[in-house]
Design a protein around this ligand. Sequence first.
Ligand code: 13P
Length: 259
Amino acid sequence: MSEQRVKWVVGNWKMHGRLAENAALLQAVADGAGALVDVIRIGVCVPTPYLAQVQALLADRPVAWGVQDVSTYTHGAYTGEVAAGMAAEFGATLALVGHSERRAYHAESSDLVAAKARRALESGLTPVVCIGETLAEREAGTTEAVVGAQLDAVLSLLSVEEAARIVIAYEPVWAIGTGRSATVEQAQEVHAFLRARLVQKEASLARVALLYGGSVKPENAQALFGQADIDGGLIGGASLKSQDFLAICAAAKAASLAR
Ligand code: 13P
């Protein structure tokens, strides 16, 4: 039992929220989290302008928080960018990097994503490195080649000690926001492949948390989280509804206890 990896449930609010609705959501999540964090870890990644609000509302509550992207730079003439160190000043401990929406709409390469992961680590943040294939890539049979290359870019930049501190989120692009989750078998297959790839670099990296993301809902969460190599979820739409998010967190706890 002590060898079991801890499960995580992380919300990605994307570009959603306003002060009043955030407050209600955060209070409800923090209240519900108390009964769950004896077994799992819970976090929310919010739009950067809300960091101060989240810090004020979640300080001393059992929910971690973070940002959805960080710059590859520590400071400088990079208008609009946010440094990992700035997020850390607001108590953030998590930073998504390489979300497929950033890769697609901001042309982020895997090398750039790797540099962002390293910056996050330097500032004491846990990077949640997002990887995943498009539908065309899956249909062409290149899923493992695509996610393998995305993971390799990060592993080749980081030392083993650094790599041991990252979290990976496998998010098939075709499952994001579509209501069409990967099946448990599809998700587990890719997670097992990723874990083997981590172990190839260094045996101790078997313990890196591998989250699944893409249309996770209360109805499918426990089956996904019950898979041998799935260590929790990165939750988009359902993280904006406290009841759904907490139900997914409860599913992660139940899946942990069922092992
Ligand atoms: P959905 O849960 O809305 O499919 O989004 C997944 C995601 O992109 C989380 O980062």
